[in-house]
Design a protein around this ligand. Structure first.
Ligand code: LAN
Length: 724
């Protein structure tokens, strides 16, 4: 028996939805593992004591931090920002955040739990309903592929399904409004591939209407240029359990709710729908990457094979092989899996093959909560199991570069952050032959358990470690030998063109992208060389080389040289760089200019730096700031945000300073904007979303609004000290 205090929240036009008592949520962290628990028991709650400042902040409660006077100088602004941000550090030394944005993650969790009969905790139900209700678009009640997107069939149909599984009545105003939106968009027949696939698992769509995902691809010889081992890790990881379930044509048994959903999701009666003719039918509101003609040719061939040629033994063999690889992925990631999409598919596979009582099912089930985060708007599923390592590396670098290590307390904070990075470094190889990049010594994006090496995450962590241990005299926690291991991994990751991709070297030819079946994501089939990854590696290697000139000196110099070439070739004619992981030109251009400066290319001596600065200066807004819309990522051309953004402004200001842009005025104007947006307790308020993947889906980096402005102000102060 437990209480739902706040009782209800007003959402949209006075509609009420339940909420839990925010003071009962507690975040526990261990080695980066973040688990939010709802404490129902009063005694236990008392035993746990008061909520921390961080917990209160994340839940939108009053943190009780003092109101300070407005900062008068960039230095004051940086220190005030730091004193706020410092108080959000978690017990194990890292910084956490809600890693939201994508609106296509929760449905996998809820459908998978529903199919497998895993009980969904009451507090999850309440808070997920609240989150979705808050996040519904005000105009039409639907959802897009991410939180700032227009309503699409994918977002609306799948999130509607969640509401219904979690027990929302179809006559509830929130459900009615979103259903109205779905009907207007033409109903669930316009879903992209993944949506159709998941509804087929739920028995709300016929398998005849889903384009093939044959497990047999895994049995092809490795030399085939489009063999799945050559695909981008994320597509590969999602395709694997999908192909298993597709091979089995798995569907849950029909029940009343499913019968009812079959009526609610479509505009025509379910039995009259000709699913076979709808495989390629995707609503215009959703479609981002239309099929290539090659894909449209291959799909019917695959269907023909399935229907008339496929021997049973072969599909059985393929399924078994796929399941073996699913087990490898489970073990390689301590059952966390690469991300939120494949873990929930793995759960269904483990249920199908080994049953609910099995070790695999239990372990995966336990790891679901690693992907959840509670905010003031409710419970969401995150893009990964967190941003632990990435945020902590940047936080350290920002504080060092802002010159903010002044008191003993700062040292302690950073010492704990360094300890966290030490803990995060990957120290074990994967199961042999599991198609993985060597990872010993690398750093991941989130936690060591997740265990996927990423080129730029490794480079940023190396930078943070060197700054503290070698430049600021911190006690060594990461040994030289282990730093060298990290360098060794990075050196395995350079591509022939000199650039770096995200998790692995590029394994397949570019034309494989023509097989992209996803319809809503671009650049998903294979790894590409990304300017941000290349620049991070270049800066990391330069810093390492200066600190350890004797270690693999020739290899490093050569790698740096070739990376430099790649950065120059990826510069666009207008002088900017297109950002693949942050929004957008401001993000990539900052990293690019930082890396060029690390090899002594600055405004004075480099025409490409001059061009880049000119580009950035040309985008300054009347209030002195910079603001870039997420539409830049979609259209690949600069689109102004309607308002200047603190984070974009910080990126540009940092870029201009690192590039040694000669005119102080625009930089100072940017700094003033950052200062005037700071709140009296030292924080900055969340503005537009900051990150992106696959060109079409945005994702938030809430800690960017802290460490980038702090770094910008601190760097400004170092260059132009304010009069004491
Ligand atoms: C991320 C987050 C971090 C990001 C950076 C380190 C910033 C980047 O420089 C390299 C790529 C990487 C690691 C990255 C890749 C794609 C991710 C994992 C994400 C954007 C977070 C979520 C996204 C993942 C693909 C979401 C699930 C969706 C699918 C289409 C499978």
């Amino acid at each position: 028996h437990w209480t739902i205090s706040g009782v209800s929240d007003d959402i949209l036009d006075g509609n009420k939805v339940d909420k839990t008592d925010p003071t009962r949520w507690r975040l526990s962290v261990k080695e980066g593992r973040q688990i939010w628990r709802y404490i129902k028991d009063d005694e236990k709650l008392k035993g746990l004591g008061k909520q921390s400042i961080a917990e209160k902040y994340f839940l939108g409660l009053d943190t009780g931090l003092p109101e300070l006077s407005k900062a008068n100088t960039p230095k004051e602004c940086a220190s005030k920002g730091w004193s706020f941000f410092k108080s959000l550090q978690l017990d194990d030394g890292h910084w956490g955040c809600e890693y939201g944005g994508p609106m296509f993650l929760l449905y996998g969790l809820i459908i998978a739990m529903y199919i497998t009969g895993a009980p969904i905790p009451e507090e999850w139900k309440i808070e997920i309903i609240r989150y979705l209700s808050y996040r519904a678009n005000k105009i039409d009640g639907g959802w897009g592929i991410h939180t700032e997107h227009h309503s699409t069939v994918y977002g609306t149909a799948m999130n509607y399904v969640i509401l219904r599984i979690l027990g929302m009545d179809p006559d509830h105003p929130v459900a009615m409004k979103s259903r109205g939106c779905l009907q207007k968009l033409g109903g669930a027949i316009g879903l992209p591939h993944w949506g159709k696939f998941w509804l087929a698992l739920l028995n709300c769509y016929e398998w005849t209407g889903v384009n093939p995902v044959p497990p047999e691809f895994w049995l092809l010889p490795d030399w085939i240029p489009f063999h799945p081992w050559r695909w981008w890790v994320h597509l590969r990881a999602v395709y694997l359990p999908m192909s298993y379930l597709y091979g089995k044509k798995f569907s849950m048994p029909l029940n009343d709710l499913i019968e009812s959903l079959r009526q609610e999701l479509f505009t025509e009666p379910y039995p009259t729908i000709d699913f076979g003719s709808l495989r390629n039918n995707v609503s215009p509101a959703d479609l981002y990457v239309p099929h290539s003609w090659i894909l449209d040719m291959i799909n019917p061939i695959l269907r023909f094979y399935e229907k008339y040629l496929r021997p049973n033994w072969l599909s059985e063999k393929a399924s078994q092989h796929a399941y073996k690889m699913i087990q490898w992925e489970n073990e390689n990631t301590e059952y966390l899996c690469l991300g939120p999409v494949n873990i929930v598919l793995h759960l269904i596979c483990a249920y199908e093959v080994e049953g609910r009582e099995s070790f695999a099912f239990q372990k995966l089930h336990d790891r679901l909560q690693d992907h959840l985060w509670i905010s003031k708007e409710g419970l969401m599923m995150q893009g990964t199991n967190g941003v632990q390592c990435w945020d902590t590396s940047f936080a350290i670098q920002a504080i060092v570069e802002a010159g903010l290590i002044e008191q003993e307390e700062d040292k302690e904070t950073l010492n704990r952050a360094l300890g966290f990075l030490e803990n995060c470094q990957i120290r074990k190889e994967t199961i042999p032959n599991s198609y993985r990049q060597p990872r010993l010594g690398a750093w991941p994006f989130s936690t060591r358990d997740q265990g996927y090496s990423v080129s730029d995450c490794t480079a940023e962590a190396i930078k943070a470690v060197i700054m503290l241990q070698n430049h600021c005299g911190f006690k060594e926690q990461v040994s030289n030998e282990r730093l060298q291991q990290a360098i060794d991994v990075i050196l395995t990751m350079q591509n022939p063109c000199g650039g770096f991709a995200s998790y692995e070297i590029v394994r397949g030819p570019k034309w494989v992208e023509l097989l992209n079946p996803a319809e809503v994501f671009s650049g998903i089939m294979i790894e590409f060389v990304y300017p941000e990854c290349t620049t991070a590696v270049l800066t990391g290697l330069s810093l390492f080389h200066k600190a350890y000139p004797d270690y693999r000196s020739e290899d490093i110099k050569e790698t740096i040289k070739r990376a430099g070439v790649s950065i120059h070739t990826s510069q666009r004619t207008d002088g900017s760089w297109y950002g693949c992981w942050g929004i957008c030109f401001t993000y990539a251009s900052m990293f690019a200019l930082e890396s060029l400066a690390s090899v002594d290319e600055v405004y004075e001596n480099s025409p490409s730096v001059q061009k880049a600065c000119k580009f950035l200066i040309g985008k300054q807004m009347a209030d002195g700031g910079w603001g870039e819309s997420y539409k830049s990522c979609e259209t690949q051309e600069w689109v102004d945000h309607e308002k200047s953004q603190v984070v974009n402004t910080a990126w540009v200001v940092i870029a201009l300073m690192i590039a040694e842009y000669p005119d102080k005025t625009p930089i100072e104007q940017g700094i003033k904007l950052i200062m005037c947006r700071q709140q009296s307790n030292g924080e900055w308020i969340q503005e537009g979303i900051e990150g992106v993947f696959n060109k079409n889906c945005m994702i938030s980096y809430p800690n960017y609004k802290f460490y980038w402005p702090i770094k910008a102000c601190g760097m400004f102060e170092k260059r132009w000290p304010s009069a004491a």
